[in-house]
Design a protein around this ligand. Structure first.
Ligand SMILES: Nc1nc2c(c(=O)[nH]1)N[C@@H](CN(C=O)c1ccc(C(=O)N[C@@H](CCC(=O)O)C(=O)O)cc1)CN2
Ligand SMILES: [Mg+2]
Length: 318
């Protein structure tokens, strides 16, 4: 069997960013509105600093406003909540992003829950989770699962009806929303996790396998159904062969899986770049909603007939 097609998330993300830039220009021209995202970073975690810088650069590159709030690690939770309140009230701010993880003395759920749902660019608020779970078009969808769905659609086409999908991992920010998106796309969805019996057997039944457990190379080649589409959400840093160096691996043993799968995302260069591109898309969508302009279809990402009918009714489908 030929090796799997490598799904180029970096290239797809570049195309998506170009479409977002076009949408930003169109919104400026039609409504005189420049989308703006407040980027809140608390503390000096080096990885978070890198991600936040990439987000701020992407915003400016695509013609949007970046409102940067870099706060000290010992910031009081009450001060962070007060900052969120100010951003909620600011009409120039269409989206608010609080980089995770937050320092341990701050209750992340409390902070994320303080963001008004319509500015929740990450889609982490329980109102957005509820809208997604009930299949409503106004949901802001978390960036990593949204990006994963866009890659799956690009690989398999938009009709995913009847496909068996397995989501490995049950986090609120990846596993659960990913399962909801696949369910709405009419897949038969299984959620698996560390306590699942016969995990390899469950995986082997899946036409679409999304791995989001945070365990380096846990999914082996012989866990994969021949020809399956494999989406590897894991970003794990492990020691490299060269002493003192590290390298990135996913949750899937890529060298084994590539020989069995039909298509597979690499790490790096697969799902990762989609996360920031989808944050840009969600920011544009939030600004469109605030301005009463049509929302880009990719941001809604409802793959089912019901969702598309709802979108058509609002003149949003492409
Ligand atoms: N508020 C949020 N916090 C965090 C999120 C998030 O979506 N919202 N996700 C992660 C970090 N993250 C963005 O914030 C992120 C992680 C990875 C990548 C990425 O492009 N990865 C590259 C590899 C990068 C490298 O070499 O280290 C890839 O996979 O190709 C983008 C964004 C946690 N926090
Ligand atoms: Mg990747």
């Amino acid at each position: 069997m030929a090796d799997a097609r490598i799904i180029d998330g970096k290239a797809f993300a570049a195309g998506l960013r170009a479409r977002v830039a076009d949408g930003v220009a169109a919104l400026k021209a039609s409504h005189g509105v420049t989308p703006g995202l407040a980027v809140v970073l608390v503390g000096e975690d080096p990885a978070s600093q890198v991600y936040v810088r990439s987000k701020e650069r992407a915003l400016v590159d695509l013609g949007m406003n970046s409102f940067d709030h870099h706060e000290p690690a010992d910031m009081a939770e009450s001060d962070l909540l007060a900052l969120i309140d100010r951003l909620n009230a600011d009409p120039a701010v269409h989206g608010i992003l609080v980089q995770l993880p937050l320092p341990r003395h701050i209750d992340s759920q409390k902070v994320l829950g303080r963001i008004v749902p319509e500015k929740d660019a990450d889609g982490f608020h329980i109102v957005n989770a509820g809208l997604l779970a009930t299949g409503q078009p106004g949901a802001i969808v978390p960036c990593t699962p949204l990006g994963s769905l866009l890659l799956i659609r690009d690989t398999l086409g938009r009709d995913l009806k009847g496909k068996r999908a397995l989501v490995l991992g049950r986090s609120n920010i990846v596993g659960k929303p990913m399962a909801q998106l696949l369910l709405q796309a009419d897949c038969t969805v299984t959620m698996a996790h560390s306590r699942t019996a016969d995990l390899p057997g469950e995986c082997r039944r899946a036409d679409i396998l999304v791995a989001a457990v945070g365990r380096p190379e846990m999914v082996r080649g012989d866990w994969i159904k021949p020809g399956a589409t494999v989406i590897d959400v894991g970003i794990n840093r492990v020691p490299a062969a060269e002493p003192g160096k590290t390298r990135l691996v996913g949750d899937v043993a890529f060298d084994e899986a590539v020989k069995v799968a039909g298509a597979i995302t690499p790490v790096p260069g697969g799902v990762g770049p989609m996360t920031i591109a989808c944050l840009m898309l969600n920011t544009l969508a939030a600004a469109c909603r605030a301005a009463g302009a049509p929302v880009p279809e990719e941001a809604a990402a409802l793959g089912n007939a019901q969702g598309n009918a709802q979108l058509n009714a609002q003149g949003m489908a492409r």
